[in-house]
Every structure is written in structure tokens, then in C-alpha cells.
Design a protein around this ligand. Structure first.
Ligand code: SF4
Ligand code: SF4
Length: 118
């Protein structure tokens, strides 16, 4: 069982990308960046980036705190396709590669850039 968390773009989640249906579809089909998992996927947490101008690290610290309080943990954090697209095409101030490195250095957890590819 792979335990994952997903971090999304606060501006896009449930506004343009409703209900996170596309990520759940991709998880069920093992499409996109979920193709790497050969075992079952368990979604432990879905959070947003904390909002512009990119409060991702404080938000992630909160998520980890709540996970800890509830006795759950995740192995891999996916930066949602929403966040990646916002950074590449919509003037999002987040440097995705830098954020990945910061999270990996700080938490020791694997970070995957992207989720679905629809
Ligand atoms: S890309 Fe995924 S995480 Fe981001 S808003 Fe869409 S469905 Fe949700
Ligand atoms: S910082 Fe980037 S990912 Fe976060 S809400 Fe703003 S545009 Fe979206």
C-alpha cells in the first residue's frame, strides 16, 4: 500500500478542477504520475498550497502536524497537476523544482511533480 498526499493549487482546486474528480480517476486507473505505483494507493491527505504567493511549506507543516495528531502518515507527496500548470503557465510564484527539493530535504519524503495527465 502506497500512502500518498496531494498538494493542489488553491486557486484551481474546486473552482476550475471540480471535486478533484480527475485526480481520483487517474489514481483508480493508475494513469499519469500514478502509473509508478504497482500496489494499492491510499490517499491520506489532500491539501492546497496555502494560497498565493505560495505558502506551501507552512501549509505542509500543518498537514504533517494534523497527520501526527491522527496517527497517520504518508510516504509520497504529489504536487498536483493544477499546481504544476499554475507555475508553468499562470504566473504562480512557486518554483516547483525548488519546492520539491525543499520538501524532500525538510521531510525526507519523496515528492512527485504532477498527478493526472488529462
Ligand atoms: S489537478 Fe488534481 S489535486 Fe489539483 S485540483 Fe485538479 S483534481 Fe484536484
Ligand atoms: S501560489 Fe501558485 S499554486 Fe498556490 S494558489 Fe497561487 S497560483 Fe495556485
Amino acid at each position: 500500500m502506497s500512502r500518498i498526499a496531494i498538494m493542489s493549487c488553491q486557486n484551481i482546486k474546486d473552482k476550475m478542477c471540480i471535486g478533484c474528480v480527475t485526480c481520483f480517476k487517474a489514481m483508480q486507473r493508475k494513469d499519469g504520475e500514478f502509473a509508478r505505483y504497482k500496489d494499492d494507493i491510499q490517499v491520506v491527505a489532500m491539501c492546497d498550497c496555502g494560497g498565493c504567493p505560495g505558502l506551501a511549506m507552512p501549509k505542509l507543516n500543518l498537514v504533517r502536524h494534523i497527520c501526527n495528531q491522527n496517527g497517520v502518515d504518508f510516504d509520497v507527496l504529489h504536487l498536483g497537476t493544477c499546481l504544476v500548470k499554475a507555475a508553468k503557465t499562470s504566473g504562480c510564484p512557486i518554483d516547483v523544482d525548488n519546492l520539491k527539493k525543499m520538501i524532500e530535504d525538510t521531510t525526507g519524503k519523496e515528492v512527485v511533480i504532477g498527478t493526472h495527465n488529462y
